[in-house]
Design a protein around this ligand. Sequence first.
Ligand code: MN
Length: 287
Amino acid sequence: MATHANDSRNAHVSRLVRGQPASDGAGVRLTRVIGSPMLPDLDPFLLLDEFGTDKPEDYLAGFPDHPHRGFETVTYMLDGRMRHKDNHGNEGVLVPGSVQWMTAGRGLVHSEMPEQEEGRMRGFQLWVNLPARDKMTAPRYQEFAPERIPVVQPAEGVSVKVIAGEVDGVAGPIVQPATDPVYLDIALEAGAAWAHRLPEGHSAFAYAYEGGVTVGEGEDARALPVQALAVLAGGERLVVAAGDGPARLILVAGRPLREPVVRHGPFVMNSKQEVMQAFIDYQEGRF
Ligand code: MN
C-alpha cells in the first residue's frame, strides 16, 4: 500500500484564528487571541493578548492591583514603558524589547501601569499554565532587559530574538522545565524564509503582528495574515516566509500539561475547590 504523503509532513497550520477586540484591567483596549471564545486555550497556553495603540486613552488606565495564582504571565514589550509593582516589594519598569516571565505560583497581587502619558504602547501578554505540582510554588520573576535577549541571524534576511528555546545553539534566557517553552520574535525581510525545528510533542502557534507571512511549505503552505494566529500541528520542522514586504511574528511552543484546567479570572487551578480556596486566600490577605 502506498504511503500517504502526509504521513511525514512538516509542521503546518491546523487552524487560523483572528484576534478579537477586548478590554481588560481598568479599560485597556487590546486584541485577545488566545482566551477568547474562538480559541479558549491551547494547552499549556491560557491567554494571548496583543496590546498596540498610539492612543493614550486606550492604555492610560492600565492594570491596577489584581491577583494571580496557579500560572505564569509573560509580558514582552515592543514599544512603550510599563511599571510593575507587587505586594512582595518587587518593582520595575519594562522597556521596549524587555521580557518579564512572572511565575505567580501560590499568588501575588500586582499592578501593571503605563510609565508614559503619550506615544505608542505595544507588546504581548501570554499566560502559561503550571502543572499541579508547581501551582503553589513561591512567586518568582525572570526579567530581562533588551540587551540580555540574544539575537540570531539564522538565514539571509532573517533575524530572531531568542526569548526562550534555542536557535542555532543560542539559548534564550528563560528557564521553565515544566513546559520547556519556546518564544521567538522573528523579523523577516521581504522574500526571506526560515526553517526551524520545534520540540517534538509541543503545542505551537505563530502570530503575525507586522505584515503577513506564509506558514508551511509546498502543498501545506498557508497565508497567515497580520493579527492572525496559526495553530501548528503535524511535525517538528516549520517553515515561515515573508511575501513581498517585511514581516514580524512571534513563534511560541510549549509542552502540553494535559491536566484539568479550572479557571476563574486570575486564578487557574486544577479543581473548583482549589479556585474557591484561591478566592478565600486572596480575600483574607494570604497572597
Ligand atoms: Mn497581571
